[in-house]
Design a protein around this ligand. Structure first.
Ligand SMILES: Cc1cc2nc3c(=O)[nH]c(=O)nc-3n(C[C@H](O)[C@H](O)[C@H](O)COP(=O)(O)OP(=O)(O)OC[C@H]3O[C@@H](n4cnc5c(N)ncnc54)[C@H](O)[C@@H]3O)c2cc1C
Length: 504
């Protein structure tokens, strides 16, 4: 453990997973860390809502890549199993297709074979090849792309990286690649829809993301009892134990800079806090636009491509629907057009796809006895503006989409044999993309931040240190390596490692 960082005073803007994990890592190495969070609780997008006995995770619901979480706990001197009671979710997904057929994605290969052979004879053997290739890409990506800090151009532009990109199938579109394996459109959907986790359309994303289907089915999808928010809670309490101070309702208004250094943070209430090092965990586009002075850098970042957003419904139901699994995806309408409506037209498809997370069947603490808790997410385009500059107009558009989405979901569930859902909704909350923008300061309300297209990956993704203010660092979904809780935990490892390296 380093000792000469002992007096380093660090201010972190944002108590998302990235901010909490960076704070804890730095405190364990002797730094004096304060985290400033605008909201009343920590966790950011891994937050929690409670409604009269019903408990909801706000954003993340899928716990994947457990080894990355375990590494974070270990780096903090703790064991993950002492903090999280993890349950494997299998089948990982219940899929409902436009023709009303269904598929349960499962790692039980006998059950999988029985189902998929009725879709496309011979497809089981193809799935095994697809997953085996996904396993190779997963290992290569974690070691050489996601887990590496690209500090210099020469780390990126070299023959080894060129070879790596080709081995990762980064130059092939995911749907083109998947079509080599699957002729049945339902299998094409089942083995590409996961790109939405990265806020991407599989028609535009690199085939590298075929690693996600391997990660789900082979490495597994897990559920921490108490919900994903348990991760935020446990990491926050470990950070506090290591000496980190969390300040809530502390909205940063400006990162103070002098010459080539960041000197502290000014809060909205006028308080000035000084620091040797500042870390920004708030979404990067927002940090440049609102907290830093360089307009040109901010405009460059704003021109980059952002991932999609969601319309959310959080429903507390007074009965259970046992036919649903913990994770359910309803694929409706034309697959390709649904992505065009979201990513090209920045709106909502006519027959939108939707996802229902129903955790009470594995975790009774999430709903009153005999009741159900549903988190319903409808992927939609991101807001086309920054910081609600055309508030009225945009709100009108998204609120009309919200009504359409709700009516469509209820109608589609009725068609699929889930009777009278509406009459069983006891508690309800619903949010449009601006909620993500306002609640967490997410640029354009994009739930996954800067998109993960090829030209926004690795060295080409914003770095974790400011190019001018060398004691200002960044951590979180819109920096390298990117979005998703495990990826953000890696971002925290890289950012904290860099801060400690540069202060030795
Ligand atoms: C709907 C949805 C579904 C998702 N599903 C999954 C999933 O299933 N699995 C998965 O692994 N990932 C999922 N993700 C992605 C994952 O949640 C995020 O990538 C991750 O939580 C981002 O963490 P972060 O630390 O980068 O940022 P954030 O969570 O955004 O944290 C940043 C924090 O900064 C605070 N902040 C902002 N501005 C200020 C300011 N001026 N002053 C003080 N504080 C400020 C914010 O309030 C926030 O708490 C999902 C995300 C969403 C939204």
């Amino acid at each position: 453990m380093r000792t000469n960082t002992g007096k380093l005073k660090v201010l972190i803007v944002g108590a998302g997973i990235g901010g909490i994990a960076t704070a804890a890592r730095l405190a364990r190495h002797g730094c004096q860390v304060t985290v400033l969070e605008k909201n009343e609780i920590a966790g950011g997008r891994v937050g929690q809502l409670k409604l009269d006995g019903y408990t909801f995770d706000t954003g993340a619901t899928l716990f994947m890549m457990p080894e990355v979480y375990a590494e974070t706990f270990a780096a903090l001197g703790e064991r993950m199993e002492d903090h999280l009671d993890l349950r494997r979710i299998d089948p990982t997904y219940h899929l409902y297709f436009p023709d009303n057929s269904q598929l349960q994605l499962t790692s039980d290969m006998v059950a999988m074979q029985e189902q998929v052979e009725t879709f496309q004879p011979g497809s089981f053997e193809r799935i095994l090849r697809y997953l085996s290739e996904g396993s190779r890409i997963y290992d290569l990506s974690l070691d050489d792309l996601v887990g590496r800090d690209f500090r210099n151009l020469s780390d990126f532009i070299n023959p080894r990286m060129l070879l790596l990109f080709s081995r990762l199938r980064a130059l092939t579109r995911h749907t083109d690649y998947a079509r080599r394996f699957f002729k049945d459109p339902r299998l094409l959907m089942a083995f590409t829809f996961q790109d939405m986790y990265m806020g991407l359309s599989p028609y535009a994303s690199p085939a590298t993301y075929s690693l996600l289907q391997y990660a789900e089915l082979v490495e597994g999808v897990w559920y921490p009892m108490g919900g994903m928010y348990r991760i935020s809670e446990r990491l926050t309490s470990i950070a506090e134990k290591l000496g980190v101070q969390f300040m809530y309702d502390a909205h940063a208004q400006r990162i103070l800079v002098e010459g080539e250094r960041a000197t502290g943070v000014e809060l909205q209430d006028g308080r000035l806090l000084k620091a040797d090092t500042v870390v920004a965990n708030a979404d990067l586009g927002y940090v440049y636009r609102r907290l830093l002075p360089d307009r040109a850098a901010s405009a460059r970042l704003d021109r980059r491509e952002y991932g999609c957003s969601t319309i959310m419904f959080y429903w507390g139901l007074d009965r259970q629907y046992p036919e649903l699994g913990p994770h359910n995806l309803f694929l409706n309408g034309d697959y390709r057009q649904s992505f065009d409506a979201i990513f090209k037209k920045k709106g909502m498809p006519e027959n939108p796809n939707f996802y229902i997370h129903a955790p009470a069947r594995i975790d009774p603490s999430m709903a009153p006895a005999g009741h159900d808790t549903w988190y319903v997410a409808v992927p939609v385009g991101h807001v086309d503006e920054f910081d609600n500059e055309k508030e009225g107009e945009t709100n009108k558009f998204w609120h009309s989409m919200q009504h359409k989405a709700r009516a469509y979901i209820l109608q589609r569930l009725g068609e699929l044999g889930f009777p009278e859902v509406e009459s069983h909704i006891r508690e309800e909350l619903s949010f449009v993309p601006q909620w993500w923008q306002n609640r967490y300061n997410l640029t354009r309300g994009s739930t996954h931040g800067l998109s993960h297209k090829l030209t926004q990956m690795a060295y080409l993704r914003p770095h974790n240190r400011h190019s001018r203010y060398h004691n200002l660092y960044f951590v979180g979904a819109s920096t390298h390596p990117g979005t998703g809780v495990p990826t953000v935990l890696i971002s925290a490892r890289l950012a904290a490692g860099r801060i400690l390296d540069e202060h030795e």
